[in-house]
Design a protein around this ligand. Structure first.
Ligand SMILES: Nc1ncnc2c1ncn2[C@@H]1O[C@H](COP(=O)(O)OP(=O)(O)OP(=O)(O)O)[C@@H](O)[C@H]1O
Ligand SMILES: [Mg+2]
Length: 289
């Protein structure tokens, strides 16, 4: 269990990227959803013990993550949002090298472990190619392979599906789902579908604050009976968007359909709509403004 209490981060000469964040995260896949600049990567780097918060505490099981980061690093896997430049060495050699850095010193055991991870991430046949020559999807799978070195109990993946094609994304999702059976896996994203498909729990972060958290069905339920939709012309759209009850526009056959949140029918031409997690997300963003 990961317990995040009152975590605040203010960058020097910068914004408050995290503002009193409280979250309890158990085994399974946890989705951290938020727009650009919400503070997702800041929280992920903090959990990965790469930076310190300004205040607050974080515990992973019995370990105080801020007091004793070294102990947590043993059981931590991290896939950063931006991996930077890959060296021109082969995937298998790079993984071996990273395994040594992670403390896997026994040669044969390390080789078995590296081979197993290459198989699991479907990269075994490509293992002698340099990672710098991999496609985006293959790099992400390599990123997961390195995050799994040493069989971590806490896995943190920061926007892993950005730029993946649908087939790669599905493969990546299946891998994450498999991993999350007995581990704490935290996934940050601004893609609502990623969370809806995968995560048993989700938090919505806006401007460094947790605005919502819970299971996707429970969050969606809060909007049931309060969501309305209406076909509008492109001319009517501007007025609809300015309405305080407006949450989002979806297109149907190229025509805008606006979605409103209201306790009662918001006006003529509206129909009741079935809420989904995207409505929760946009409603949360609107109310956070
Ligand atoms: N090293 C830093 N120094 C100063 N400010 C920073 C630093 N890193 C992030 N920030 C600021 O903190 C805020 C949160 O940034 P962060 O990268 O955590 O957001 P994010 O949710 O990961 O966004 P994105 O979806 O774009 O990746 C932003 O306003 C950002 O400009
Ligand atoms: Mg980020």
């Amino acid at each position: 269990m990961l317990a995040i209490s009152s975590v605040t981060k203010t960058y020097k000469n910068g914004p408050t990227a995290l503002d009193q964040v409280n979250l309890n995260i158990g085994p399974g896949l946890f989705g951290l959803l938020g727009p650009n600049g919400a503070g997702k990567s800041t929280l992920m780097r903090t959990l990965a013990t790469l930076q310190q918060p300004t205040s607050g505490t974080i515990r992973f099981n019995d370990i105080d993550l801020l007091e004793d980061p070294e102990s947590v690093r043993q059981s931590l896997g991290y896939l950063p949002q931006d991996f930077g430049v890959y060296p021109r060495i082969s995937a298998v050699k790079l993984l071996e090298h990273l395994a040594i850095l992670k403390g896997l010193t026994e040669k044969w055991r390390r080789r078995d472990h590296v081979d197993e991870l290459l198989h699991r991430t479907n990269l075994f046949d490509q293992r002698h190619r340099p990672v710098s020559a991999f496609s985006g999807g293959m790099r992400q799978r390599f990123g997961i392979a390195q995050a799994l070195l040493g069989d971590p109990k806490l896995i943190i993946v920061d926007e892993p599906t950005a730029g993946l094609d649908p087939a790669e994304r599905n493969r990546f999702h299946a891998l994450l789902a498999e991993l999350s059976r007995d581990k704490v896996v935290i996934l940050s994203t601004h893609i609502v579908d990623d969370v809806e498909e995968l995560c048993s729990e989700v938090a919505v972060l806006v401007q460094g604050r947790v605005m919502q958290s819970g299971s996707p069905p429970a969050l969606v339920n809060q909007l049931r009976g309060k969501l309305w939709c209406k076909h509008v012309s492109h001319q009517q759209l501007e007025a609809a968007v300015a309405d305080p009850r407006y949450i989002a526009t979806r297109l149907r056959a190229g025509e805008p359909v606006v979605r409103f949140h209201a306790d009662r029918l918001p006006g003529e031409g509206f129909l009741p709509a079935e809420p989904d997690l995207e409505d929760v997300y946009f409603h949360t963003l609107r109310t956070a403004q």
